[in-house]
Design a protein around this ligand. Structure first.
Ligand code: ADP
Ligand code: MG
Length: 347
């Protein structure tokens, strides 16, 4: 009798497993958003089902991309460029989603002691213009003159960003001000989209916007759910190991900031795109900083901020935050990990 019950139970379990929808891994890539490549990896019962989901994700990311853009206007919407264009002029009415990003960025400015500052726009524009010319014409590449950087730095006080939540307006109080959300927009947009997908019942997906990675759940496997394995890029192109290490995540974000991402060269010296607000020069502490935590907007803002902070200060910041881990690669190539980082390592 007992044996019969067991046999029956095994049969029911086998039948249930057979009824589980069989899913296949799919991947979609699209260009044109946030100046980088977006990748979506998911498991679905059919290609049509996955493509419909990937398209929805692309539409949502496009909406955020347009709102957070500082270079282009779009018919019918006021975006960050509109706010910048009206600096010192009038408050601009914008979508609540843009206000939410600016409030989040202001919070992170205080959390990071100003190492992450979206009002650094005027200084970032000087570097952006010199980098663009330097890449186009490498022989004529120059470092921005000190005086130009210091003049730009006079208009970088975040207090000048005046947000009226009730009226949904943003006003930049000085004509020279300019907001730049390049350090947080990708991660923030990915987080919003991921949370919407989770609320809609999506339980397994991997989103990457230019390497800003956000996992929804883990990945399905015949035996259940397995973590996603993410490689962290080695900033040293000459190293035999293309990756520093692999990490395993279930529902977390992994975001890196690196000096190798965007740079130009003047007289053999590289000048990258993450600017230390204290020196107005490319931060010189690390070649890579990677943050792991749930919220990918926080991971993005923090990875940029930590890049601009001395190791001891950054470590203190990370160790004081719940659920945040980080690694720092110093110029010698040595890698330093926060106390709980090992819990994510796959090797
Ligand atoms: P990436 O965009 O390459 O992934 P980051 O997230 O670190 O890397 O963002 C770098 C961008 O952030 C720069 O291109 C610039 O627009 C902006 N940025 C640079 N330095 C700062 C800073 N100190 N505070 C806020 N934003 C910054
Ligand atoms: Mg960032």
């Amino acid at each position: 009798m007992k044996r019969l019950t067991l046999f029956f139970l095994a049969f029911v379990l086998m039948f249930m497993a057979g009824c589980q929808p069989k899913t296949t891994r799919y991947q979609a890539e699209f260009l044109g958003l946030f100046d980088t490549v977006t990748t979506v990896i998911g498991y679905a019962e059919s290609k049509e089902e996955f493509t419909a989901l990937a398209q929805k994700i692309q539409e949502q990311l496009t909406r955020y991309h347009r709102l957070f853009d500082i270079y282009n206007d779009y018919a019918g919407i006021n975006n960050l460029k509109t706010i910048n264009d009206h600096a010192g002029d009038v408050p601009v009415q914008v979508d609540q989603e843009l206000i939410a990003l600016l409030l989040f960025a202001r919070e992170q400015y205080f959390v990071t002691g100003g190492a992450f500052n979206i009002a650094l726009g005027p200084v970032l524009k000087v570097w952006h213009d010199y980098r663009t010319s330097g890449i186009l014409d490498p022989l004529a590449a120059e470092v921005p003159p000190r005086q130009l950087l210091e003049e730009a730095a006079r208009h970088t006080a975040l207090e000048g960003m005046i947000i009226d939540e009730a009226a949904a307006t943003v006003y930049l109080s000085e004509a020279g001000m300019r907001l730049d959300v390049g350090a947080v927009a990708k991660g923030y947009a990915v987080e919003r989209v991921a949370q919407d997908l989770e609320a809609a019942g999506v339980s397994s997906l991997l989103l990457s916007v230019g390497g800003n990675i956000r996992a929804i759940g883990g990945k399905p496997d015949r035996k259940g759910i397995k973590p996603w394995k993410i490689g962290i890029k080695n900033p040293d192109p000459e190293s035999p190991d293309p990756q520093l290490c692999n990490v395993l995540i279930v529902g977390e974000s992994v975001v890196s900031s690196g000096s190798y991402e965007r740079y130009y060269t003047v007289d053999g010296t590289r000048y990258h795109h993450i600017i230390d607000p204290k020196t107005l020069m490319p931060a010189a502490y690390f070649s890579n900083v990677t943050v792991i935590c749930r919220d990918s907007g926080l991971a993005d803002a923090l990875s940029t901020a930590l890049f601009n902070l001395p190791l001891a200060v950054g470590k203190g910041l990370v160790e004081g935050m719940d659920g945040v881990e980080a690694l720092w690669v110093i110029e010698s190539g040595e890698v330093i990990y926060s106390a709980g980082f090992g819990g994510y390592r796959a090797d």
